[in-house]
Design a protein around this ligand. Structure first.
Ligand SMILES: Nc1ncnc2c1ncn2[C@@H]1O[C@H](COP(=O)(O)OP(=O)(O)OP(=O)(O)O)[C@@H](O)[C@H]1O
Length: 455
């Protein structure tokens, strides 16, 4: 059998190509041929499934070409003997095949990004904008029966997606130390995949990703437009879902909004629970500031903070939590250097740039430009008289955002929309309010535009 297999290898390699051969077929060996069935030894179940689905025909053809009577292939999961070497032109001849390179068993901690244990559920402050995301994340961290797969967390910059993912990983590991938890960014997924291709360890890569209990991929929008990585991600995703293993994904927008992401992936990502981390509101910002201040007090003991400073910050810095944290950090460092109490004067002096950036006002014209760009229509059509739905709806969205995001009055907005009457603007604003309540995808569109304008 060994001799026959050695003779069939070069034929097999020429049938499937050198890369596929090395990745999938080199580790195999021929155990027996009985009743027209070639029994192939495969080191793992995963490999045998894959080869049986993709390479049964070339194996039959390669063996038949050597004169063997083979009509079908069966697989036995067993360690391959030393013959599991790359074929190459010389392998069929007298030269004995070299032993396969021994590889240590893959471990998920080799691929997982480090988990930052400072990000816990305990120090994640919950408010209206993030309560659903927090509850879903906790549910996943508890393990047990998988109720939604995947959990898809999305939201703007610095709103706590990564924090929640690290919290899930830590909690899951502490509840079940044997659970295989793999957390990495989509970018790391791609680099590891490319590295595996380069080092011809795709088998290890695939097997590792298909044997985890919990896979978490951060910033999945990164793989959009990267074809091979999307393909690999799709298969990994399906294999895990089929096995009932939990997946958690994060992104900066909803699956349907990610450009250049294959439709089948969008549809897969939409199968579970999709949760939006909304921009923070005043109450949530204040709670976060209070909780972070307690932590800073431990680092800078003795520092005093005047009345109203946190309220001032929560009111003025609305962009995201990361900026809030940075502002607080700077304040404490500054106060400690100057040996002064943190009061409102110092806050304004020390945070001038951050406060100025937060003050940035959006103009009606900017809103119009952004909306026209988003819906791929001309600015002149957006403000012009045409009433077709493809123009009227974006126009109403722009009116709605202008009312929400600027301090312009309805007549002023009307003037900027080609001299329309204020009642037309009011009608547009109401229409979008109603549609947002009834139509999730429109509400998401509006939210996305708002975030882009606030950025
Ligand atoms: N609700 C919250 N409670 C406490 N800290 C929070 C909360 N939300 C965010 N943070 C903190 O804000 C910072 C930014 O959060 P995180 O990195 O999770 O954001 P993100 O949504 O992943 O953003 P990005 O898309 O930029 O990576 C972190 O230090 C995180 O701990």
């Amino acid at each position: 059998m060994d001799k026959l297999w050695a003779q069939a290898r070069p034929e097999l390699e020429s049938l499937v190509g050198a890369n596929n051969y090395v990745t999938w077929l080199a580790p195999l060996s021929l155990r027996a041929i009985e009743g027209g069935a070639a029994d192939i030894a495969c080191p793992t179940r995963f490999l045998s499934d894959w080869v049986s689905r993709h390479y049964a025909r070339p194996i039959i053809d390669a063996l038949t070409a050597q004169g063997a009577a083979v009509e079908r292939v069966t697989f036995t999961v067993a360690a391959a003997p030393a013959a599991a070497a790359p074929a190459g032109p010389a392998a069929a001849g007298a030269r004995p095949a070299a032993p396969a390179r021994p590889r240590p068993a893959p471990r998920e901690d080799e691929l997982s990004a480090p988990i930052d244990t400072r990000f816990t559920f305990d120090n994640f402050i919950v408010g209206k904008p993030n309560e659903l995301a927090h509850a879903a994340a906790r549910r996943v961290a508890e393990g047990g029966f998988v109720t939604f797969n995947p959990l898809f967390l999305y939201g703007g910059v610095g709103l706590g997606k990564t924090h929640l993912m690290h919290a899930i990983a830590s909690e899951r590991r502490s509840r079940d130390p044997d659970a295989r938890v793999l957390y990495l960014s989509a970018e790391q997924f791609m680099y590891r995949f490319v590295q595996a291709l380069r080092e011809r360890t795709v088998m290890d890569f695939k097997e590792l990703f298909r044997t985890v209990d919990l896979l978490m991929v951060d910033d999945v929008q990164f793989i959009a437009g990267k074809d091979s990585t999307q393909e690999e991600f799709f298969h990994t995703f399906n294999a895990l879902v089929d096995q009932g293993k939990q997946i958690v994904i994060s992104a900066d927008r909803a699956p349907g909004e990610i450009k250049d992401l294959e439709d089948r992936i969008k549809s897969r990502l939409s199968c579970g629970l999709i949760v939006d981390l909304h921009p923070t509101d005043y109450e949530l910002r204040l709670s976060i500031l209070q909780s972070k201040t307690d932590l800073f007090r431990a680092t800078y003991p003795g520092l005093q903070m005047g009345q109203g400073v946190l309220e001032f910050l929560a009111h003025r810095i609305t962009s995201n939590v990361r900026v809030l944290e940075g502002a607080l950090q700077r304040l404490f460092a500054f106060a400690s250097l100057m040996g002064r109490e943190i009061d409102l004067d110092m806050t304004q002096e020390c945070l001038t740039d951050i406060l100025r950036a937060s003050d940035r006002k959006v103009s009606v014209e900017e809103i119009q430009r952004k909306v026209a760009e988003h819906y791929n229509i001309r600015l002149s059509d957006l403000v012009g008289p045409k009433r077709v739905r493809t123009l009227a709806r974006p126009r109403q969205i722009a009116m709605y955002l202008a009312k929400q995001m600027t301090s312009r009055s309805l007549p002023e907005i009307g003037r900027r929309f080609g001299g329309r009457d204020h009642t037309t603007i009011m009608h547009g604003v109401r229409k979008i309010e109603e549609l947002c309540a009834a139509d999730n995808s429109l509400a998401e569109d509006v939210q996305l535009l708002r975030r882009a304008l606030e950025a």
